[in-house]
Write a protein of this length. Structure first.
Length: 356
């Protein structure tokens, strides 16, 4: 127990240092880039909402073993809610955002009630089908969603002393919301509710035998991640300044899935790492080659091949490989020392007998 304490302390130390270092870099980001009007919305803010939506997908997979492809749809529902109530109905943006988050969360709870009895590929396909049904409806309903035209313009405004028309202010608001969502996910995962979800993930039959209502826990988990995705949808709609069917299209769904896999499907923080890489590729790959989609695909395959746990797992993967190499080296050295130690007494006895 004592021997393992230093290693545990090192893990705790790095578990604190790395997030703090990333946060410091994120805070300094708008002040060090050369073109803030390009970098802040296209890389900074996009990383925040894309990572938040992907993190909601990662949380459900990490703690419950379910992969939902409806997270983009839920974020889109919240985005459409802001557009409909603020632009079409003329509500204040603050009220429209609150109602939009509630609608997105309730929509996610309805999805949970529909799909809660399924698992694995069946859960994935049901959530994907629901998303495509919503996309079809949003593309055709002119009264609520504006059909293909969508709802625009959705402008940023002043909220109390904060002027979100300023890009830097808007970026820090998006960063603060993303950090709150991350901490909330970590906190929920460390509660008895989170431990119960992990037990249901590993052995639902045993948890049911212990008296846990598995269906209710699954509905609660999906509803929680729907709340997180809805908050990501709020950032997304203000970043894009409109709500249109492209927000909930199959392409957008696959983008978030790619972000989650690149960052690490089991890492909450990895979702933001994947979102950053995806945003950089989306902005600069077309400047490198006309086949920018091919380049993105090649990078995605390379990451999956060399880092199956995603970019967030690279450090752990390298650390594990280094420790295994050191153990193998010590294993080779110890037999040599043992053989030398066994040979020395025999040699000395033989020498002594010869002298006599």
């Amino acid at each position: 127990m004592t021997e393992n304490m230093p290693a545990r302390q090192r893990r705790i130390r790095w578990g604190i240092i790395i997030p703090v270092a990333i946060l410091v870099v994120a805070i300094a980001f708008p002040f060090v880039v050369d073109r803030p009007r390009f970098w802040i919305p296209n890389i900074g803010v996009k990383t925040m909402w894309l990572g938040t939506i992907a993190m909601s997908m990662v949380f459900l997979n990490r703690y419950l073993g379910l992969l939902s492809l409806a997270q983009v749809t839920i974020a889109g529902v919240a985005a459409y809610g802001v557009g409909y109530f603020a632009v079409t109905s003329g509500w204040p943006y603050s009220a429209a955002m609150i109602v939009a988050v509630v609608i997105g969360t309730v929509f996610g709870a309805i999805i949970a009630l529909i799909s809660v009895r399924t698992r694995a590929i069946y859960f994935l396909m049901i959530t994907l089908a629901i998303g495509q049904v919503f996309y079809s409806w949003a593309s055709q309903d002119a009264a609520i969603t504006g059909a293909r035209r969508g709802i625009a313009p959705i402008t940023r405004d002043e909220f109390g002393p904060l002027d979100f028309r300023n890009l830097t202010t808007f970026y820090f608001a998006a960063l603060a919301l993303a950090v709150v969502c991350y901490l909330l996910c970590r906190w929920v995962g460390a509660t008895p509710f989170g431990y119960a979800l992990q037990g249901i993930r590993d052995s639902p039959e045993r948890m049911q035998a212990l008296g846990y209502r598995i269906g209710l826990y699954r509905v609660g988990a999906v509803t929680f991640v729907s709340f997180i995705a809805s908050l990501g949808g709020i950032i997304m709609v203000f970043d894009r300044a409109q709500a249109d069917p492209d927000l909930v299209s199959l392409g957008s769904t696959l983008d978030v899935l790619v972000v989650a896999v690149i960052g690490g499907i089991g890492s909450l923080g990895g979702a933001f790492v994947g979102a950053l890489l995806f945003s950089l590729l989306d902005s600069f790959a077309q400047d490198l080659t006309d086949r920018y989609m091919t380049l993105t695909g090649v990078i995605f395959i390379a990451i999956l091949y060399f880092a199956p746990a995603g970019l967030a797992g690279v450090w752990k993967q390298l650390n594990t490989a280094l420790r295994a190499r050191m153990r193998r080296r010590r294993g080779r050295e110890e037999p040599d020392l043992a053989s030398q130690g066994a040979a020395d007494p025999a040699d000395s006895a033989l020498t002594k007998g010869t002298k006599q």
